[in-house]
Design a protein around this ligand. Sequence first.
Ligand code: SAH
Ligand code: SF4
Ligand code: F3S
Length: 468
Amino acid sequence: MGKQTNSCVSILSKEVQEALQAYIFAQKDTVYAYVHSFGCQLNVSDGERIRGILTAIGYTMTEDVAKADLVLLNTCAVRESAEDHVYGVLGNLKQYKQAHPERIFVLCGCMASEKHTPAYVRKHYPFVDILFGTAALSQFPRLLLEHFQGQKFGCDANEYDAMYEGIVPARAHPFKAAVPVMFGCNNFCTYCIVPYVRGRERSRKPERIIEEVEALVKAGYKEIMLLGQNVNSYGKDLEQPMTFAQLLRRIDAIEGDFVVRFLSSHPKDATPELLDVILSGKKIGHHLHLPVQSGSDSVLARMNRRYTVESYQKIVSYLRTRNPDFSLTTDIIVGFPNETESEFQGTLDLVQQVQYDNMYTFIYSKRRGTKAAEMEDHTTDAEKRQRMERLLTLQREIAARHNQRFVGRTLRVLFESESKRDGYLIGKDNAFIIVECQADPSLIGTFQNVRITKARNWAVEGELVKGE
Ligand code: SAH
Ligand code: SF4
Ligand code: F3S
């Protein structure tokens, strides 16, 4: 089969669209699709594009799986618990297929891209009709058509040109938008499955990204989240190479009232050029998600992270000497194979030093096919769980103290949703600080000034400054 091109036409040609519609509207006037994405924001963003394809075909989206004619799970494989979760959900869905065998079940995303998955799914979940990998998203309409034409278990895990320009995503929010800037990862951290399931780094053309952001800002979007597994290597593979810092500068220059965020940055590629653009940008939040994974040089080497604790600390001090309030968040893995007590102590020391604003912590999970899966591991599960507890306790103490610095100050907050507390909204300030505040739901999707009155562990609380 030939390689697909980037245009929408090739992903969903008029012929394929009409052929599909002839099948799906043969019995009913309205057909429903249920799409659920697991995992990271990149996967959720893929899910928005999948919804875009289904909407273009003629499906109506539903959140009610019981009424769906097509059920699609867009999966994550990063940890065993993520996979177990998907298989659990899939097992529960079997009843819907039994009740209505004509319902179509689709499995895609990162799990579907693992080599062993097609055979496993076929054996244990034979009611799945279509399976395709992350790089074969453009093949979905074809696989769906083949299913209607009688193909049993349509499966495509090949690599295509997966930029899928031209698909209009069906976005989940009216005021914040995810914009992928690149796909894949070349880093091969020894614990990580992502390079195997997402393929090599491919950058979108800057013009396409700028066009998308400009259109979003024009349409009233207030938060633009640029996404990539390692945005700092953006542009290296382009015909005319450019840096992520250059791309950010161009996005920062777009007219309008909006905030730019981005995920994720690899410390080995966080150049002074990038840090300066963030610090001097008008719309770029003063926040960096900089996953450190471990505070021990020997563990970092075993992880193949290619930076040292010292070089990481240099980035932190570069930012914090220029803006003492610069917000930093991180990812940490506890219990990497054979992590010793003193190696773990290095992580505690670093966390104490950096004073993160937020932290995502994970107990190491063995991933089949990765280098770390072959490493000896004498650290017991009990030790790993106990270390996780110690890390979380430390971070709770730090966050509560660290957040005190905002009390009495006024932050500009983009309200995102209603809080669990009645009458309260949740939002984020420019530097990603989570703010809770009593306010009317009509303010969701707007920027408001909030005077901070109280610091909590993971958020701050405040009052609306009236008259804005
Ligand atoms: N590209 C991003 C990370 C994507 S995965 C980056 O490099 O920052 C998100 C996080 O999941 C990682 O930062 C890591 O902390 C965690 N993670 C990845 N593989 C893992 C594994 N096998 N076990 C536990 N945590 C893992
Ligand atoms: Fe995984 Fe490392 Fe790539 Fe992040 S940079 S996706 S942790 S291999
Ligand atoms: Fe999971 Fe794939 Fe993201 S493995 S974390 S959904 S890139």
